[in-house]
Design a protein around this ligand. Structure first.
Ligand code: DX5
Ligand code: ZN
Length: 222
């Protein structure tokens, strides 16, 4: 099966965001992963709707806004208005999760839900049929370049199982510490979308690094 690859721009050269996005488009990326951090849900602070709007004009790749923000319930519309194709909210940050994911879909976008490494998967069971993407965090969010948490492999397989049982087929995404080696194991466990930042942008040849991740994931996927 073909696994989708979403480069995370968190590790790219922020002074050349548009060029980096286009480089990933040429390299065959499937989605662009945009890490929105507010300095509250996570310590780090990145960018918000205006930058997403600018990227929308710079590339035709679908954009996934990974919202690591505390008030996602109240401001998903800003990200939808900016042109995000997928809006992924954290289970831990949304008091009214069902309402948020339903709203994202009603606005014509794809709804994603993310879980921190210590959050039980059961927290998404009631909305698994209402989302297009389940994002298993394989690091604690906030920074690029961290090591893959091995337990995430079990969580990917359990999320896959939960979806099969519910008769639904959202993307099972994994985010954090993905390189050619962990990509193979994540794909083997059932991941269908791999987010990679450091392994791509910290490499001398980002396009080749993306291709390496893709080929090892495809070889291992179920
Ligand atoms: C971490 C972010 C990730 C990050 C992954 O909080 O959500 O998307 O960019 O970076 P790497 O691939 O370097 O672990
Ligand atoms: Zn992310």
């Amino acid at each position: 099966m073909t696994v989708k690859i979403a480069p995370s721009l968190l590790s790219c050269d922020f002074s050349r965001l548009g060029e980096e996005a286009r480089l990933m488009e040429k390299a065959g990326a499937d989605l662009l992963h945009l890490d929105v951090m507010d300095g509250h849900f996570v310590e780090n602070l990145t960018f918000g709707p205006p930058v997403i709007k600018a990227l929308k004009a710079a590339t035709s790749l679908p954009l996934d806004a990974h919202l690591m923000i505390t008030n996602a319930d109240r401001c998903v519309d800003w990200y939808l208005d900016a042109g995000a194709d997928y809006v992924t909210v954290h289970v831990e940050a949304c008091r009214h999760l069902e309402r948020v994911v339903t709203h994202i879909r009603e606005r014509g976008a794809k709804a994603g839900i993310a879980l921190n490494p210590a959050t039980p998967l059961e927290f998404i069971a009631e909305v698994a049929d209402k989302v297009d993407l389940i994002l298993i965090m394989s690091v604690n969010p906030g920074f690029g370049g961290q090591s893959f948490i091995e337990r995430s492999l079990v969580r990917i397989a359990e999320a896959d199982e939960m979806c099969r049982f519910a008769g639904v087929d959202p993307l099972i995404a994994v985010d954090g510490g993905i390189n050619a080696e962990t990509a193979a194991r994540a794909a083997g466990a059932g991941a269908t979308l791999l987010v990679a930042g450091n392994a791509i942008f910290d490499s001398a040849d980002p396009a080749a690094a993306l291709a390496d991740i893709r080929s090892s994931a495809d070889a291992a996927s179920q």
